[in-house]
Design a protein around this ligand. Structure first.
Ligand SMILES: [Zn+2]
Length: 136
């Protein structure tokens, strides 16, 4: 059983979570200024246009910042410690908070290239996490 907090899916975020279940990463892109943003908003945070639409990200980026949690953030996370909480800068520009998985936490460095890796935590929810890219 998955006992960590789950995202609350509402009509605004359902396309994001539907895509995540298919292991596709959606971000919002503005038709007026061409820039992408995350988390998804109804207005572009760069130019305030409402001409924003879902855009499939490549799922690649680099580690902007990170920390190693050596104690779990609550009982459900205790068995995972130590784990990496990171801010990944996507190649499209936006940054997202995530975990770096699949390597010892001490191997993680700022600037390393990463690729999205989904964790299917329930039949409805897959969480985008990141792994170090080949050769990173
Ligand atoms: Zn814009």
């Amino acid at each position: 059983m998955y006992d960590k907090p789950l995202p609350i899916v509402d009509p605004d975020t359902a396309p994001y979570w539907d895509a995540a279940r298919e292991h596709r990463l959606l971000i919002k892109r503005c038709a007026d200024c061409g820039r992408c943003h995350f988390y998804p908003r109804e207005l572009c945070p760069h130019c305030h246009s409402d001409a924003v639409a879902w855009h499939e990200a490549r799922g690649t980026g680099s580690i902007y910042s990170f920390t190693i949690a050596r104690r779990g953030a609550g009982p459900a996370f205790q068995a995972d410690a130590p784990y990496v909480v990171a801010v990944v800068q996507l190649d499209e520009g936006p940054r997202m908070m995530t975990n770096i998985v699949g390597c010892p936490p001490d191997d993680v460095r700022i600037g390393q290239r990463v690729t999205v890796a989904y964790e299917d935590v329930t039949p409805e929810i897959s969480l985008p996490k990141f792994r170090l890219a080949e050769g990173a």
